[in-house]
Structures are given as C-alpha cells and as structure tokens.
Design a protein around this ligand. Structure first.
Ligand code: HAM
Length: 413
C-alpha cells in the first residue's frame, strides 16, 4: 500500500474520471446559460458566522460537519470551509449590492464543498456541486422553472427514472404554529423516542420528520402535517407551483415529511431521487426557496430560490463506465526518417482541433502500434518509409492508404 493516501472521504479525480466529469460541467454551464444564469465564484472559505446564521446553528451541517479553520496565531475559528455555496453567494449578493441590478439575479456555480461527515458510498467529505440560484423573485413560476432545470440537468446527465419529491414547509407566519402542533403531539410520545430524537424534539423539532428510526417513524404516522397548517399565502403559492409544474408536464411526488437539512428554507422544498433509491445518501440534488436568507445576512428582504446537484451522486447513478480519454489519432513512424514528418503532421492536426499524439520515445514500429492501442487512439496513421500514409481504424482493424491532403477530412468524418 502506498505510504500516503488521499484523506478519508476525499478522492482523486483521475484522467479516466475527468472525461465524464468535464461533460457534466459543460452540460451544467450550457444549460444554465440557456436559462439566463451567469457564473459566479465565491471563496472556498467564509466567515464561520455566514454559515452559522445562514444554514442555522442547530443543524448537523453547522454543529457537526463544518471544517472550522483557525487563523495562524489565533485560537478563534473565524473561518470555515464552505459546506454548500448558497450562503456564500448570498453574502456576495449583499456585499456587492446586487439588489440594485435587474431582478432576479440568476447565478450559477460549480465547485467543491466540504462536510466532515462519516464517509460512505455517495457521501464524501469533499464533494462537488453544480448550483443555481435565482435571487429576487418571489415565485411561484420561477420555482417551477428552477425545478424543471434541475430535472433536465440530472436527466441529460444520463440518469434514468428521476423522481421529484416536493413539499411546502411554510413560512414565518405558519411554520411556528405547525412546529407547536408537532411538538405537542411528539411530547406525548417523548418517552418512546430514542435519545437522538428526544434531543431533536428539544432543539430542532422539524428534524424529527427526517428520522431514520423505525419507532419514531411509526409515531410520526399520526403526527400533524405541515400541509394542514399552511397559511393562505403559502397554500396559494404551493397550489400555484403545482399548477405550473403540471403545465410543464412535471408530476412531483408529494413528500409531506421532506424538510431538508438547512434552516434557511421557506415554502418550496424539493429533492431529486432515482426511483427505487431512498435515504439521505441517495438524493441526487435538492433545493428550495429561501426568502429570509439575504435579510439574515444583513441585506434587504429578498425572496430567492435555488438548488444544487451532487456530482459524485450523479456519476454513481449514471452507472457509466470510466470515461474515454481516447485520442483521435496516433502517428506512427516506420523509420527514423519519418519521425520529423510525423511530428509536423501531428502539429497540423492539433491546429485543426484534433487530438494527436506522436511517439517521442524512439519506439520501433511494433512498439508504437502497441502503445497507440494502449492509449486508446481511434486511428493510427503510419508514415511508411516510402513516404506513403496508411490509416488504420483501431476499432475495426480496417487499413487503407490516404493522400496527405485527405487526412483531415478522413479523421473528421
Ligand atoms: P444539500 O441537499 O445539502 O443542499 O446538497 C445538495 C446535494 O449535494 C445533495 O442532494 C447531494 O446530491 C449532494 N451532497 C450533499 N452532501 C454530500 C456529501 N457529503 N457527499 C456527496 N454529495 C453530497 C444544499 O447544499 C443547498 N445549498 C442547495 C440549495 C441551493 N438550496 C437552495 N439553493
């Protein structure tokens, strides 16, 4: 075993992974641009308070999973690596006075996130998200638009049987009433709850809805639902969102216990799953509305909605083989006289945008052909000693002579 390994919960993205990876990044960028989103990059670390205030102090992400950083010479953990991008993007929105821009401000980003969680399949300590945020529109039409984009990204990535789980978790007007009703009901069963759930009941009762414990789930069967407690404004918003989704041909699965692990959500909350796959590690993406977050971070009251997809999870669900790093052509020289010609031809092909490799290690012709095969070249061009050119299709094995002026056309066809 190598003396050093990548830290637990992280992984190296090797060239074979990068082909698929790059395809997903390009797909995200292309889709986001067609929906009017502009790229933004924020720092990988922020003032810890941005996350504490934004995501909520009594959430697993902030309580247990933040990578906190001490500044040199100080004991204060002033910064933390970002566990998600939304809080940082909203901090930037406020800092740069983006409320004066035409609203909504539509932003997108792609990058690594950090959560100190117990690693397992599909759960990493450093993982990538493709994220979109539409800030400054109260919806509900834009909620439908961002959900449609989320579904499209995951489906076009190559994941089949994608399901949308949707809920409304109310707002500051109706959620407190619901929480009170939930606490009232669950308190009657407190003695039957395991310790973790008892703590949740005291600190953040909505998290109870997210339980994995069978006994708690059974008790929740009889619990009041958020749906029955939505205030008229939240009810209208949710009904209208459902109507917008229906007009887009999207049929959500209603998920009355979906609450999400971040405190900033209001009203719309959703997650994407592959049908049949369940549990926290299998959400391919998730998001929702966060109408209070910008104000929480010191900005003007501003409604917003967004989501993020987990790239590693999508790659797992795609079930795609490691991507190909194939070159378009490998140029093999039959003898030393032809090596210089091979190099010149390779440069020509590269100028035309094709990937071409040439032997620089002085291998014999047989060795060059073997190497071309190993690196997955689609075609080999053999520069024969008499100056003629043979083109071999490495998949079919077919070989024929080509005139120098036809190489580009043949390779591009
Ligand atoms: P989230 O649900 O915490 O939401 O994360 C979004 C997605 O990131 C998850 O659905 C999952 O695919 C992936 N993910 C989360 N944790 C891990 C992990 N430890 N390892 C691998 N993948 C993971 C957010 O982060 C919100 N900021 C989304 C959002 C944007 N809401 C509004 N705007």
């Amino acid at each position: 075993m190598a003396k050093f390994q990548a830290p637990r919960g992280t992984r190296d993205l090797l060239p074979a992974d990068m082909a698929v990876w790059q395809r997903l990044e390009d797909l995200g960028a292309k889709l986001a641009a067609t929906y009017g989103y502009q790229p933004i990059e924020t720092p990988l670390f922020e003032d810890t308070e941005v996350f504490e205030r934004g995501i909520g102090e009594v959430t697993d992400i902030v309580e247990k999973e933040l990578f906190r950083i001490k500044s040199p010479g100080s004991d204060e953990e002033r910064w933390a690596l970002r566990p998600e991008p939304t809080a940082g993007i909203c901090r930037a929105y406020v800092e740069h006075g983006m409320h004066t821009l035409p609203q909504p401000v539509k932003l997108t980003s792609w990058g690594p996130m950090f959560r100190y969680d117990r690693p397992q399949a599909g759960r990493y300590r450093q993982f990538w998200q493709f994220d979109v945020e539409a800030i400054g529109d109260a919806g509900p039409a834009i909620d439908a638009e961002v959900i449609e984009l989320a579904l499209r990204f995951v489906r076009e990535a190559g994941v089949e049987n994608v399901e949308l789980h949707l809920n409304s978790i109310g707002d500051a007007a109706c959620r407190p009433g619901y929480i009170a009703a939930l606490v009232d009901y669950m308190s009657g069963h407190a003695a039957e709850l395991p310790e973790l759930e008892q703590r949740r009941l005291a600190a953040n009762p909505l998290r109870l809805l997210d339980t994995k414990d069978a006994q708690t789930l059974a008790i929740l069967e009889g619990a009041p639902t958020m749906d029955a407690h939505l205030c008229p404004a939240c009810r209208d918003h949710f009904d209208s969102l459902l109507a917008h989704l229906a007009s887009l041909g999207i049929e959500p699965r209603r998920a009355p216990r979906l609450v999400r692990g971040l405190d900033y959500y209001t009203r719309t909350a959703f997650e994407l799953y592959q049908r049949g796959a369940q549990g926290q590690q299998s959400a391919l993406g998730g998001g929702g509305r966060y109408d209070g977050l910008i104000e929480q971070l010191g900005g003007p009251s501003t409604p917003a909605v967004g989501w993020a997809a987990g790239i590693e999870r999508i790659m797992l669900a795609m079930g795609e083989e490691a991507g190909s790093t194939a070159r378009d052509a490998f140029l093999a020289a039959a003898d030393d006289d032809q090596r210089q010609r091979a190099l010149t031809l390779a440069i020509e092909l590269r100028h035309a945008g094709l990937s071409a490799e040439v032997d620089l290690a002085g291998r014999g012709l047989k060795g060059q052909l073997k190497h071309a095969n190993r690196i997955g070249a689609r075609h080999v061009l053999i520069l024969e000693a008499d100056g003629s050119l043979q083109m071999r299709d490495m998949e079919s094995g077919e070989q024929h002579q080509v005139a120098p002026g036809e190489v580009l056309d043949e390779l591009s066809s």
